[in-house]
Every structure is written in structure tokens, then in C-alpha cells.
Ligand binder design. Structure first.
Ligand code: TYM
Length: 346
């Protein structure tokens, strides 16, 4: 297997406006990794129903996200970009894997605890969501999962679920590794730099959205919260605000934190904030323009997603079939668990 190209898989939710944090831990890494192997990028619409959402918005936010994935550099000829609900194997795998997912471990998930605390109604889907994510990854025999820091615990759970399944039912899954950015794995809220920049939990001023106008971006950085003292140095424990700004600028320009710290050593916080804002405007403006052009052609987006779904179905079928088989289900008449009853070419 050593000469095989690694399989890469990642997922991102279609609901909510995508932030600079999503860019740093998500989009940016997707584009880097698509060169390195056989890559699958999934719009995880089934995940999005785990918290309150508006059905009227889901379809259009799914197309928004598809356009944004291509606008940030994914190439439909190279990568498989698809929608989770178009590949029924994902829902099936989640149910099968829930037999080997531990209730106790699911209850220890930080994201579950945080989101459960923030919502009045806590759905069962919010609780079981990491099992769906495990299925996403394991169905493709994934080697590498490009993600931000906040998904680390979910990936650990995925590995545990895979190991438990392999142990109980026979070797079936490859154990995936995470790929985390060395800088910008956890972009923080501009108004509260001790909390993650988040689609759902950040305030309007605390989060920079990929599709924000240049003026909005400049304004947000101008009002970013910094730290006591005047010196510009990278030390997240003591200087969370300044360190976050340095990380953001490093993500936007590709310069190292060291080089940036030297450059701004004698500058005030105001100057730093302005420079970071400008670097983010430069990063995001071309993305926004490409997004607008791509989003205008819905039929083309739908076509690309249909091509992606067909590739994803073919790639995930053998593993799902093996799961049913290893778990001891009686084969249906046609002799295949999956695919036989399904019209081909859909
Ligand atoms: P989601 O949609 O919340 O986020 C998508 C990606 O953005 C990263 N991210 C961040 N990175 C750095 N700093 C931040 N402040 C920040 N906020 C978000 C996330 O780490 C993620 O990589 N459960 C996943 C989606 C998913 C998935 C999968 C991921 C479903 N199935 C399979 C990988 C593999 C989620 O909700 O990501």
C-alpha cells in the first residue's frame, strides 16, 4: 500500500456564516491537502440539523458553501466535493457505528457540552453527532483528516470507534490521523480572545466572516480587544489578544510569527490592528469575488455536486458493504447489501 496516494477526508457544516477560523482550520488546509492525495470534501448537511436551523435556508446555504469551497481553491477535477445527504451510506454508517460508540465518551465531548449549555432544546442528534462524523471519515478508509483544533476530540473518538469495531468484528477500518495547522489551528474571537471564533457562539464584532465587506473587516480589527501592556509579543497565555492577531496575520500573509513579531516590535497596538485588518482584506477580497461569480450559476454548482456524490457513493460502497457483512446481517436476495437495489448512475 506504500505507493498508494493517501486518502484525505474532511467535512464542514453548511449552516451559519463561515468565519476566518473556518478558513484557517478548514478551507486553507483543504486546498493544501488536495494536492497530496485522493481528497473528499463533504458538505455535512446532516450535521446541521442537530441544532435549531431554518429548513428554508438549508438548501441555499448548501449551495453557498459549495461555491465557497470552489472559491477558496478546490478543484472539482481533482477533489470530490459532495453533499452528505446525497450519499445515504453516511446515515447508515452512523447507525451501525453507534453500536460500538460509548455513551460515556459521547457525553464527555467538549463541543456537546458547550453547545448543550447554549441551547434550551438539546437534541439527541447533538449528542450522537460525533458518531455520524466517525462514519463520514471511516467510510472512505481515510488516512488524513485536515481540521482545526476544535475537532481533535471528535477525531480521537473516531479512532476509538474504529478500533472497537475492528476488534469486535474483524479488521475493517484504517485509523485516520488528523492534520492540524501549525499556526491558526484555533483562531480566537476578536472581542473575547480567550474563546474560539465561532459561527454560532461569537458576536457579530467578535467574528470575521469570509464574505464580510472590506469595511466591515477593517472595523472589526480596529475594535479588536488587545491586552494590557504595550509590547507586541507572541504569548497566548499572557497576551491572548495580540497573539491571536499575530496568528491571523501569519495565516493571511504566510509570514512566520517570528518575522511579524520583529516587524511590529516597536509599533503600537493600533498600528498592528490596522496592518492585520489590511492583510485580511487582501486575503478575502479575491475569494469574495470568486464566490459571487460561482454562486450566480446554481445549475453548475448542482452539476458539480452531482458528480461529486456519484464518486463518493462509489468510493464508500465497499466499506459499508463490509460493515454489514462483518456485523452479521443476512444478505439481501441480490447478494449485495448495497447498490444492488439502487438504480445505477444516479
Ligand atoms: P465545522 O463546520 O464547525 O468547521 C469546519 C472546519 O473549520 C474549523 N474551525 C476552526 N479552525 C480554526 N479556528 C477556529 N476558530 C475554527 N472554527 C472552526 C474546524 O476545526 C473544522 O475543521 N464536525 C465538523 C464537521 C465534520 C467533519 C467530518 C470534519 C463532519 N464530518 C469529518 C472532518 C471530518 C464541524 O462541525 O466542523
Amino acid at each position: 500500500m506504500a505507493d498508494e496516494r493517501p486518502i484525505i477526508f474532511s467535512g464542514i457544516q453548511p449552516t451559519g456564516r463561515k468565519t476566518l477560523g473556518n478558513y484557517s482550520g478548514g478551507f486553507r488546509q483543504y486546498v493544501q491537502t488536495q494536492e497530496a492525495g485522493e481528497a473528499f470534501f463533504c458538505i455535512v448537511d446532516l450535521h446541521s440539523i442537530s441544532v435549531e436551523y431554518d429548513p428554508a435556508d438549508l438548501r441555499s446555504s448548501t449551495l453557498d458553501l459549495a461555491a465557497l469551497l470552489f472559491a477558496t481553491g478546490l478543484d472539482a477535477d481533482r477533489s470530490t466535493v459532495f453533499c452528505q445527504s446525497h450519499v445515504t451510506a453516511h446515515g447508515e454508517a452512523a447507525w451501525l457505528l453507534s453500536a460500538v460508540a460509548s455513551y460515556g465518551q459521547l457525553g464527555r465531548m467538549t463541543q456537546f457540552k458547550e453547545k448543550a449549555a447554549a441551547h434550551e432544546f438539546v437534541s439527541a442528534a447533538l449528542f450522537t453527532y460525533p458518531v455520524l462524523m466517525a462514519g463520514d471519515i471511516l467510510l472512505y478508509q481515510t488516512d488524513l483528516v485536515p481540521i482545526g483544533d476544535d475537532q481533535r476530540q471528535h477525531l480521537e473518538l473516531t479512532r476509538d470507534v474504529a478500533q472497537r469495531f475492528n476488534h469486535r468484528f474483524g479488521e475493517t477500518f484504517r485509523l485516520p490521523d488528523g492534520q492540524f495547522p501549525s499556526v491558526g489551528g484555533r483562531i480566537m474571537d476578536l472581542q473575547d480572545p480567550t474563546s474560539k471564533m465561532s459561527t454560532t457562539l461569537s458576536s457579530e464584532q467578535g467574528a470575521v466572516y469570509i464574505l464580510d465587506s472590506p469595511d466591515a473587516i477593517r472595523r472589526k480589527f480596529k475594535s479588536a480587544v488587545t491586552d494590557s501592556g504595550r509590547d507586541v509579543r507572541y504569548d497566548p497565555a499572557v497576551k491572548p489578544g495580540v497573539s491571536n492577531l499575530l496568528e491571523i496575520m501569519s495565516v493571511a500573509t504566510g509570514e512566520t510569527i517570528d518575522a511579524l513579531t520583529r516587524r511590529f516590535a516597536d509599533a503600537g497596538y493600533g498600528e498592528l490592528k490596522e496592518a492585520v485588518g489590511e492583510s485580511v482584506v487582501e486575503l478575502l477580497s479575491p475569494i469574495r469575488e470568486r464566490f459571487e461569480a460561482l454562486r450566480a450559476d446554481e445549475r453548475e454548482l448542482q452539476r458539480l455536486l452531482a458528480v461529486g456524490a456519484e464518486k463518493a457513493r462509489r468510493a464508500s460502497e465497499p466499506t459499508l458493504e463490509q460493515m454489514y457483512d462483518r456485523m452479521g446481517f443476512a444478505k439481501p436476495e441480490a447478494g449485495r447489501f448495497f447498490g444492488a437495489a439502487r438504480p445505477r448512475g444516479l
